[in-house]
Write a protein that binds this ligand. Sequence first.
Ligand code: FAD
Length: 567
Amino acid sequence: ANTARFDYIIVGGGTCGLVLANRLSEDSGVTVAVIEAGDSVFNNANVKNTTTYGLSLGTSIDWQYSSAPQVYGNNRTLGYNQGKALGGTSVINGMTFVRPESAQIDLWEQLGNKGWNWSSLFENSKVAEHFVPPPSSQTALGAAYNPSYHGKEGHVGVGWTSAFIDTNAYQTFNTTWRNLAVPYNQDPNGGKLRGFSVWPYTQKDDIRQDSARSYYWPIAAARSNLQVFVNTTATRILWQKDATTGLEVADSVESVGANGTKLTISASREVIISAGSIRSPLLLEQSGVGNAQILKKFSIPSVIDLPSVGENLQDQPNNGVLAISNHTWVGSPPYVTFLTAQDLFGTNASTVEAQVRKNIPSYAALIAQKSNGAFQASVQERLLTTQADLIFKDAISLVEIYHSPFSGIVNFPFWNLLPFARGSIHVNSQDPTAHPLINPNYFEFDFDLQVQVMAARTGRKALNTSPLSSVVKSEISPGTYTVSKDASDQVWGDWVKRTYTSNLHPVGTCAMLPRDIGGVVDAELKVYGTKNVRVVDASVLPFQVCGHLTSTLYGVAEKAAKIIKQT
Ligand code: FAD
């Protein structure tokens, strides 16, 4: 076996991991190692492409997980994609760049994470951003922005592709939503999402700006104090107990290379886990940090009994309303509409709210009961109530309807942004490179389905509203043969459950929260019970966010780098 020693070891050279690799290695006096299971994809044409979504899904740079059978969602097993490459999921994703609702980030601080509020996240997310304003040819098509919402000095290029050329689409969609009393939102990147918007992408000059192309290749790759081990999967952290504090100290990380070679790297200062929401909790469990009862089943000796590891998984279901159009749509138009509970439920909103609040104690009880002892019902009740407050009091967005018209089709993929369901990810094998058990528990609660049904109804309504209705020939999904014009919620719900896929935005499995309310890491992102192990990736987000994840994650990673450097 090979051995080596570095000051910092970063496990996972993905979206967040490479931000840290860059920032920590800015100091030439420290040494940094990145362990990445995937390969470099710098020259991969599917990765560079900015006009066609999904080219890398199902290829060797996708982990190609599948979910556990979804007991509340027709017992279906769903494909579950995540990026496996230098750059992580940012090399396979849809490249949309849209920040969350400010109120939902302020909640992080209100629950005990000092310093983690909207203003701080917004600043750090702007630090990551290199916004390229649209030329007048694109503003004519609807590209719009508020300069104070964007960073100019960062590494990640953000803007519009030259394929954004459809002259009809902007006015057609915008006017349709206005006719449905949904306002235009000039720039959704400042913490308020509601409305119809034209959003930018993480791209520059028609090339994807993933975290490797932004943070690693142009600046960090040449540094002699930074070493990246690609095609290398970390399998275990090895520990030593600090006699004075009783805390566990990560001494080294064991890995296995593509050809089976074992590698042990020692850490002089810290181990930072950035393996993403699926594999960060898995690595902790494989290293003895997690629910001792679960670890025992796989003969893993318990080092820190922390049952919250891998619990609290939050993801969204995705369905689509589609129609054949008599207009040929060109380019890749970046349109979206975010809707609140009020937009969806109208005059029924207060009745719906009352029902949700009445059900929260039973939701909380079920979540606690299935958490393998990680959560108390009373704590979950408090946390779910904050979620209801965001939805009904702060009126943050509850549904996203993405507009993805292509050639002769109008396509509205849509999703419930804030399901109450809580799932889990846990070790499922003694083989350290095996996949974990992924269980998002889609549609665990009636309200989660009700929201998805209302989103579907609203998508159909938009297709039948002028001026969009004048270019729509016939709906093909669900189609009125499957779900008739006067169909009940039951019929809509059955269709939703038959056709949903994962929205692939897993968060929360190593939540940043106080330990007594289910946290895995503290406000400095340090794993409870350890002296020198942090988690920095989507798994630390304590709750789902309404924007897409990378804008938040770049901010989290930039802030994390500052916290680590100050230590
Ligand atoms: P990742 O970027 O996934 O990084 C984790 C890295 O760790 C990976 O490279 C992985 O290979 C590596 N790794 C894991 N385990 C180990 C191990 N044991 N040893 C070594 N390496 C390991 N967000 C948006 O903002 N806009 C979008 O349009 C968008 N579209 C999406 C489309 C898809 C198909 C998916 C799946 C996600 C999308 N997202 C989007 C979400 C967003 O891209 C991800 O949430 C984000 O990139 C995750 O970042 P991360 O740092 O948490 O993890």
